[in-house]
Design a protein around this ligand. Structure first.
Ligand code: ATP
Ligand code: MG
Length: 362
């Protein structure tokens, strides 16, 4: 069986370091491993409109920002197909048929949708499109016959929903859709990177992000304002690592070579953590180190982005070509889906012959 990867992001803002450790970094590694037959990276504008229907300009403006972040991180249009969701009408058709296989109560139980509804104050008036976006996500994944979906932990309920739709479809209409596998980050800290405010998840909607394209001064300001252990007041106090955002970020970003470069008095992260727990290590010193680490990680990304920014029409051209290629793949799947559901009347010569025979016999 072919190995196909699909994943994507909503164009609701520039991409942040949570996206990077949760999914983007992995996508680039997988892309460069050469193990995949096809890679589809989707800018999910139609999904972004499900909770931004009154602000299409925001979605429109952010398509290019997400595309630039992709290219800056090393997604290569020669190896990966970059596409815009709304340009693939087949995805809507697939969603429409999948809706018959999902119940309202099943959607209501989806924990990610539940918390997102709460976050957006949608309780009293949930847009139907937003409520059903897990179904449209199943259409995205299955349209490209994805076997692997590298995403952050918040996407786990979406993948479960997709798998259920695949199983249901295949059992009702016959083996047609491919069962996808979720690929979560191995590193615990990257499953759901917290915001700089220590809140559960860094998210464009919560205003607690460090963006991939952020300038050095801004990164520094954000690192120095970061949430740590509120009880670690004097340097000699013992500190807590749990819920300490600065250490979570070090878990997510620190590489062994950063110690000799920026903090040679410690051999590794474990030594630094031990000292913090014992007491005698101040927050400022750890923040200075984290700032150096993040600057080293983000500088090459920012510089590559600036190169791509010089030719914006070329980036739109990459998206246009990618969307065209993606539509061909989705159209093939839709054809197979319609055949399995027996709604391919005009392609089904047997049907036409049988119906004709019925009336000639009379
Ligand atoms: P929005 O607030 O508009 O939903 P978002 O910041 O949650 O935006 P998405 O576009 O919904 O971003 O998510 C894109 C991908 O990035 C998904 O795979 C998601 O799991 C991953 N991701 C987003 N935020 C984080 C995070 N804080 N930690 C790890 N992965 C994340
Ligand atoms: Mg999200």
């Amino acid at each position: 069986m072919k190995k196909i990867m699909l994943t994507g992001d909503r164009p609701t803002g520039k991409l942040h370091v949570g996206h990077y450790v949760g999914s983007l970094r992995r996508r680039v590694e997988l892309q460069n491993s050469g193990e995949y037959d096809d890679i589809f990276i989707m800018i999910a504008d139609a999904q972004a409109l499900t909770d931004n229907a009154d602000n299409p300009e925001k979605v429109r403006q952010n398509i290019i920002e997400v595309a630039l972040d992709y290219l800056a991180c090393g997604l290569d249009p020669e190896k990966s197909t970059l596409l815009i969701q709304s340009q693939i009408p087949e995805l809507c058709e697939l969603s429409f048929y999948y809706m018959n296989l999902v119940t309202v109560s099943r959607l209501q139980r989806n924990p990610t949708v539940k918390s997102e509804i709460q976050m957006r104050n949608f309780e009293a008036s949930i847009p139907v499109g937003f409520f059903t976006y897990p179904i449209s996500q199943a259409a995205d994944i299955t349209a490209f016959k994805a076997t692997t979906v590298p995403v952050g932990e918040d996407q786990m309920p979406m993948l479960e929903q997709t798998k259920e739709i695949v199983h249901k479809f295949n059992s009702v209409y016959g083996e047609t859709l491919v069962d996808p596998k979720i690929l979560l980050p191995d590193n615990q800290a990257c499953l759901r990177l917290p915001g700089i405010d220590g809140k559960a998840k860094m998210s464009k909607s919560l205003n607690n992000c460090i963006y991939l394209s952020e300038e050095p001064e801004e990164i520094k300001k954000k690192v120095f304002s970061m949430f740590t252990d509120p009880n670690h007041i004097r340097i000699e106090d013992p500190g807590r690592l749990e819920g300490n955002t600065v250490f979570t970020y070090l878990d997510a970003f620190c590489r062994p070579e950063y110690f000799p470069e920026f903090l040679p008095e410690y051999a590794n992260l474990d030594e630094l953590k031990d000292h913090y727990k014992r007491g005698g290590l101040g927050d400022m010193k750890v923040k200075r180190f984290l700032n150096n680490v993040l600057q080293a990680e983000l500088e090459p990304i920012r510089n590559r982005r600036k190169e791509f920014q010089k030719d914006i029409p070329a980036v739109y051209e990459i998206l246009r070509k990618g969307s065209e290629k993606a539509e061909k793949a989705a159209a093939q799947t839709l054809k197979e889906v319609k055949a399995a559901m027996k709604i391919n009347y005009f392609d089904d010569e047997e049907l036409i012959r049988m119906q004709a025979a019925k009336y000639t016999e009379e």
